[in-house]
Structures are given as structure tokens and as C-alpha cells.
Design a binder for this molecule. Sequence first.
Ligand code: ADP
Ligand code: F6P
Ligand code: MG
Length: 327
Amino acid sequence: MSAVESAVKKIAVLTSGGDSQGMNAAVRAVVRSGLYYGLEVCGIQRGYQGLLNEDIFPMDLRSVGDIIQRGGTILQSARCKEFMTLEGQQKGADILRKHGIDGLIVIGGDGSYQGANKLSKQGINTMGLPGTIDNDISFTDYTIGFDTSVGVVVDAINKLRDTMSSHERVSIVEVMGRHCGDIALHAGLASGAESILVPEVPFDLKEIADRMHHNFACGKRHSIIIVAEGAGRGEDVAEQLHLQYPNLEPRVTVLGHIQRGGTPTPRDRNLASLLGDFAVRKLIEGESDKACGVIKGELVLTDIDKVVNSKKEFDHATYELALRLSQ
Ligand code: ADP
Ligand code: F6P
Ligand code: MG
């Protein structure tokens, strides 16, 4: 495919919202695929804020060298209040037109997707790539950064197990996931956690305290409770357990932003590479206002409107399995 028959001639890419591991691999794929297909490609620094500040610069093959293995985002990220307003969105579209940019690829979460949707209403061709550790985007099985983040949590739990076993303690691990328990669920399954508290499933702390107590009575040497931040605070869970059973003295670890850093896993890099190239090809074919995703191994395109207006389904069967296997 050449630029001559392409619906877009000059595209830009930005990263927005909370960063995630693999965003760099996605930027690299967008830039190199865009150039391969004969487009001009620009980078925009600091998300929508950088767009409004006209922080726009040309990118070439070398500008994305040596980044596939790096966490964070070389384009940096930002949250931008001005872009939430119609005036901000009109200004952003005008700036893109002024630079001759007719296609924009936005790598970010649901908020960033909404920004892209608003820009397309201002006449800009847009594509969204799911860049967030939370895995909270519908119409894709996985988001870029999720796999790395789960790996960080599992690695931390492996270490916690060592010391918790020595002292026969309960370890409470608070993980990210504002509205989505996927990090907690997948890390819980992979690490054998006895309890996984997520916003999607109601829980009873008395019942959990009883289970922890029973575990020790049955000879377990440690227990792990994972708490997704959207389900509550680890410290509050610890307090409740201690109130129920004063001999339980849980220790709380809040993993925080460690989960958003580190070298992306091969799975995240490859997802980013596939989706980055897909987004460019779809823009060239004349698609716009769409989100790119992967479902059962197939690359899929979905209206951004539809994606941001539907809540990702929680995998209850896997949740039950994780609890069953950790008995
Ligand atoms: P994420 O993309 O990770 O969900 P945010 O929700 O913080 O992160 O959104 C990132 C940025 O996207 C916001 O700071 C804002 O500039 C833009 N944005 C979010 N929601 C909207 C909206 N409804 N309309 C326009 N822009 C939005
Ligand atoms: O959306 C990704 C995420 O990492 C959430 O899990 C978390 O609640 C939030 O971002 C933290 O964002 P920040 O500290 O960057 O404001
Ligand atoms: Mg969000």
C-alpha cells in the first residue's frame, strides 16, 4: 500500500493518561509502519497537553531506536483538563490541521479514548490503542502493559511468601486496578493467593478472616490476600482481620507505581507491535474513530464510542478457579 492511495498522508502519535509498559514498543511500531507505508509521522510530547502546546515534532526510523525494551514512554504522558472542554478539542483539531496532520493515533486508557472520540467529531481521523496496565478496556482481551504488570505483582508475591512462611503470617498485597480486578485476578491465579478482593465481586471480611484462621489451623504456613485498589485499602482489610482474630497479624504491602514500571514482557511488546501496525494500516484504509484490540488472537476494530460505553466483563470462572486451587 502506498501513500498515494492512502486516506491519510501525515499522522501523529501520542501517549496519554497513566503510562504502561509497552507504550514505547507501540510508538515504535506506529512510527516504523507509518514510514514503511510512505506516510510522514510526527510525535506529540505529553499527550493532549502537548498537542495544545504544539509540542509536535517529526519522527524518523532512528527516533524510535533502542526503545522496544524500555518501560515508560519516550513521548511522556499527561492529564489535560483543557482538553475536556469543547474549546480545547477545537483548538487541538485546529493545531493538527495547521501541521497538516490528518490522522492521530492515541495510546492510552478509556479517558484518552474519549479524547480521541471528541477529536474525530472535530474532523480528525483517530485510532485508539489500549495502553493501560489495568486491562479495563472492552473489546480487547488484553491491554498493553497488563502482562508486565501482572509479572511485577507475582514477583513481589514470590518474595513475600518467603518471609510470610517463616513467620506464619498473612500477607495482604494491594495492587492497582481502579475499577477493574484483572491485575488482582491474574496475579492471584499465578501466585496461588487464598483471597482475591476485586471491585466486581462482593466480599465479606468476616468470612475471609474465618478462612485465614482455618488455613493456619489446617497447617498452612502463610496466606496471601490480594486487594485490588478498587475493592478497598489493604490497611482496612488488615485491621478487620486483626479485629476478628487478634492472633492474625497481617502485614500489608502496597505495590503502587512499581507495577507501572520495568521492561515490558515479550507478550506486551508483541501486542504493542501488532496493534501499532494495525492502527496505521486501518487509518490508511480510511477507518477512523476506532479502537484497536485483540480478541482470541484476532486483531479487531471497534467504534470508540462502543468501547468507552461498555464495561469490560469480569472473568468469574477464572476467579472461582483461582480460589478453588488455592485451598
Ligand atoms: P486514561 O486514558 O488512562 O483513562 P485519563 O482518564 O486520565 O487516563 O484521561 C487522560 C486524558 O484524556 C485526560 O487528562 C483528558 O485530557 C483526556 N480525556 C479524558 N476524558 C475525556 C473526555 N471525556 N473528553 C475529552 N478528553 C478527555
Ligand atoms: O489507570 C491506570 C492506573 O495505574 C490505575 O490502576 C491507578 O489507579 C491510576 O492509574 C494511578 O494513576 P496516577 O497515580 O498516575 O494518577
Ligand atoms: Mg481511565
